[in-house]
Each structure stands twice: as structure tokens, then as C-alpha cells.
Design a protein around this ligand. Structure first.
Ligand code: NAD
Length: 265
């Protein structure tokens, strides 16, 4: 594989599973030194690091709850101290709705705040911590992993949709604020991707297998996506091949959002 990120430092949040792991491994395969952030999931993060190292790459485990500013500052300082260069941030960490069904008249304030704290505030805090370095060096790339739920509404996912929509507009806002510093900020909006989060979501449906089939058919490509298919787009957006792209929210969803037809139940 081409080493587009040789000598570069990359931080991936929530890299102990799913999409985050695939992104971390992808950057490492392309020559980057990768900070593997995780919260609680130390077993998963170690597995990610093993995959990086076994592929001949270099990584570093970085425990931190991204919703806590002190933890985030400490994590970024540790990474910058170990890797001489910090060039790419991927804000991937996320949690699903804590309440089911997650509707405004039912959700508790506490559950709403937790989803916002991880999905949206976490994205802001981690960006804030790396921007200090990016602004000084006048370069850098931030990629936020939002969701098609940040582009469209979805029944019973109020807090998740709102947090992911916030990531989309925060991406565009940050693209404006930091373009003059040579910093690009972009966002990926994945469709249904086969990860632990998706499995949990399926398990909450009445008939998980039937739901999986239905979700597959919602994509024009009639299947669920793979984490590696998000990772390859992420690497593209961070690379020089995307040097004229900033402020976009790119749906990587097998065509899900191209199909505006929705059955009203
Ligand atoms: P996942 O549950 O495997 O990954 C989420 C990761 O975030 C986990 O490793 C988890 O430990 C980490 N995390 C949770 N809270 C954290 C915190 N406070 N601090 C640091 N890390 C924390 O799920 P995934 O599907 O790989 O999701 C990755 C991202 O992709 C999420 O932002 C999710 O919203 C988004 N996404 C996923 C799908 C999908 O279908 N799987 C679709 C659209 C968007």
C-alpha cells in the first residue's frame, strides 16, 4: 500500500472497535504513527494496536473520555510529546441513543446530555486540543465521523440525530474559521456499517434479521457497509489527493441518502 502518511502523526478517537479501529489500521498501513484513543474498552484498543504493529506500523494507546476536557488535553499533549508530528485528527468516538425510544417527550435530560457530551462536545474538545498544534504549524486535517442521521431525521433517535447534525454544521463552521491557517475540516456521514454499534441497534429491533435485510435494501447498493469502506474515504480526505476539499459532509452510505422515498407507517 502507498505510504501517503509516512512520518505523519494521526489521532483517532474511539479506535478500540468498529470504524475507529479500521481507520487507525488504515492510516498505520499508509505509514502514519497512530494514537489509538479509547475509553473503557482497553481490550479492544490493545487489539487495534496489535493489528497496527503486526502490519509493521507504530501506534500508541491513549485512554481518555473525550467528553472531559482535562483528559483530552492530557491525551493530545502525550501524543505530541511522543510523535514529533501531529497532522490528522479523526473524531470518530460516538455513542447511540441512551434511551429507547429516544423521543423528545420521553428522553431524560441526563440521557440527552450524555449523547451530546460524547458525540458533539467530544468532537469540539478534541478539535480544540489539536488546533493549538495545527494553527502553530499552519497545517492539519480534521475529519469528523458524523452519520446519515446528521443529514436526515430518523424516528426515535432524537438525541443521536441532533448530535450528529451538530457535527455536520460544526465541520462547516470550523472549515471557515481555520482555512486561513491551512487546516481542512471535513465530515463523513456513514450509512449502515457492520460494527458493534450497528449490532446493538439491530438487537433493539423486533426482528433483528428482518431489520438487517430491510436496512440493506435501503441502500442503492443493497448491502450493509464495511468499516474499511469508511476508513479508505477517511484516508483520502486526509491525503493530498483531497487538498482542495474542505467543509464537506460526504455521505458514504451505498446511496441511502440518494433515495428520498420513504414509507410512512
Ligand atoms: P462502536 O461502538 O464500535 O465505536 C464507537 C467507539 O467510541 C467505541 O470504541 C467506544 O469505546 C468509543 N467511545 C464511546 N464513548 C467514548 C468516550 N466518552 N470517549 C472516547 N471514546 C468513546 O461503533 P461504530 O459503528 O464503529 O461507530 C463509530 C462512529 O461512526 C460513531 O461516531 C458512530 O456514531 C458513527 N456511525 C456509525 C454507523 C454504523 O452503522 N455503524 C453509522 C453512522 C455513523
Amino acid at each position: 500500500m502507498e505510504k501517503r502518511f509516512a512520518g505523519k502523526g494521526v489521532l483517532v478517537t474511539g479506535a478500540g472497535s468498529g470504524i475507529g479501529r479500521a481507520i487507525a489500521v488504515r492510516f498505520a498501513r499508509e505509514g502514519a504513527r497512530v494514537g489509538v484513543n479509547y475509553h473503557r474498552n482497553s481490550g479492544g484498543a490493545k487489539k487495534t494496536l496489535e493489528m497496527i504493529v503486526s502490519g509493521g506500523g507504530e501506534g500508541m494507546l491513549l485512554p481518555a473520555d473525550i467528553s472531559q476536557s482535562d483528559a483530552v488535553e492530557g491525551m493530545v499533549e502525550a501524543l505530541a510529546a511522543r510523535f514529533s508530528s501531529l497532522d490528522v485528527l479523526v473524531n470518530n468516538s460516538g455513542i447511540g441513543s441512551a434511551t429507547s425510544p429516544d423521543r423528545v417527550h420521553e428522553i431524560s435530560e441526563e440521557d440527552w446530555d450524555r449523547v451530546m457530551a460524547v458525540n458533539l462536545k467530544g468532537c469540539m474538545l478534541t478539535s480544540k486540543a489539536v488546533l493549538k498544534y495545527f494553527m502553530k504549524q499552519r497545517s492539519g486535517s480534521i475529519i469528523n465521523i458524523s452519520s446519515i442521521r446528521g443529514l436526515l431525521g430518523n424516528p426515535v433517535l432524537a438525541s443521536y440525530c441532533a448530535s450528529k447534525g451538530g457535527e455536520v454544521t460544526l465541520t462547516k463552521e470550523m472549515a471557515l474559521d481555520y482555512a486561513s491557517f491551512g487546516i481542512r475540516v471535513n465530515c463523513i456521514c456513514p450509512g449502515f456499517i457492520d460494527t458493534e454499534m450497528f449490532q446493538v441497534y439491530l438487537s433493539k429491533q423486533e426482528d433483528p434479521q428482518a431489520a438487517r435485510d430491510t436496512f440493506s435494501k435501503m441502500a442503492l447498493l443493497v448491502r450493509i457497509g464495511r468499516p474499511e469502506e469508511i476508513a479508505s474515504v477517511c484516508a483520502f480526505l486526509a491525503s493530498d489527493a483531497a487538498s482542495f476539499i474542505t467543509g464537506v459532509a460526504l455521505a458514504v452510505d451505498g446511496g441511502y441518502t440518494a433515495n428520498g422515498v420513504r414509507e410512512i407507517k
